[in-house]
Design a protein around this ligand. Structure first.
Ligand SMILES: Nc1ncnc2c1ncn2[C@@H]1O[C@H](COP(=O)(O)OP(=O)(O)OP(=O)(O)O)[C@@H](O)[C@H]1O
Ligand SMILES: [Mg+2]
Length: 245
């Protein structure tokens, strides 16, 4: 992988919702093509802000964001979607009154000619959704809703997907199911960046991880390194015990 252009490269990013109140205060992070990378950190650390900044939803004051070597800072969100960057928000990530299939159709609006084929590909990737296609998305379980949100984002055929706390509110079993699905998504050639509170479950499927606290990178390492670090566990993950016990 040495010498390869990173899939996502964020360097010294300063960003926030209002000028003069930076939430990210010099955040640096790299994702290589084909990786699953997790960003961990306490509540309010700036994890969602980081993803939103990459998605063009939070303005940056300084620093750089590059996707496959292209500067994307300041690019409008719809242009990023066109450039193959997908984003699954932490909340309100599906249309609850619309059916599963209608949610997917909206996700594929930009590529109408490929709609049928892409929907079938999504049903192949998420067989449960094929069964539930006519049901209102709001009637589904939490895990199934996350699948709809991920499938909807994938409808645009992104090469890169960012997910904000996909396991929020899910039982341990459903959490594992969602993360296993992310492995399948990566298997289709999509690079994955995930923000999570559930460190253990997320790192179990990740190649590498970062700890973000107070708007800065506090720790970077392989998933194994993060899982076995007492320092990371104690200081940033709310656990005094080693995560990998
Ligand atoms: N729309 C907004 N306007 C102003 N400040 C915001 C906004 N959204 C978040 N913030 C602030 O930015 C900081 C970081 O929030 P962010 O949502 O990025 O944290 P997080 O790491 O995702 O936390 P959580 O784990 O709770 O989701 C917090 O202090 C928060 O109050
Ligand atoms: Mg958040």
């Amino acid at each position: 992988m040495t010498g390869a252009v990173p899939h996502l490269e964020v360097v010294d990013l300063v960003a926030g919702y209002v000028p003069d109140v930076p939430i990210l205060r010099g955040m640096t992070l790299t994702v290589q093509t084909g990786e699953i990378v997790t960003v961990l950190g306490p509540n309010g650390a700036g994890k969602s802000t980081l993803i939103k900044a990459v998605a063009g939803l939070v303005p940056a004051q300084s620093g750089t964001i590059q996707v496959r070597g292209q500067n994307i800072l300041g690019l409008a969100t719809h242009k990023l979607v066109g450039a193959g960057v997908a984003y699954v928000p932490q909340v309100d990530n599906i249309f609850t009154r619309l059916s599963v299939q209608e949610n997917l159709e909206l996700g594929g609006m930009a590529t109408p000619r490929e709609l049928r084929q892409r929907i079938e590909e999504m049903y192949a990737l998420f067989p449960d959704l094929a069964r539930l296609r006519r049901l209102a998305a709001g009637k589904l379980s939490g895990g199934q809703r996350q699948m709809v949100a991920v499938a909807r984002a994938l409808m645009a055929r992104p090469h890169f997907i960012m997910l904000d706390e996909p396991s929020a509110g899910l039982s341990p079993k459903l959490t594992e199911m969602v993360f296993q699905k992310l492995l399948d998504v990566r298997g289709t050639g999509v690079t994955v960046l995930v923000v999570e509170q559930n460190a253990k479950a997320a790192l179990a499927i990740s190649d590498r991880g970062y700890v973000l606290a107070e708007g800065q990178q506090k720790f970077a390492g392989t998933a194994r390194e993060l899982l076995s670090s007492p320092e990371v566990g104690e200081l940033y993950l709310g656990s005094k015990s080693r995560l990998a016990s």
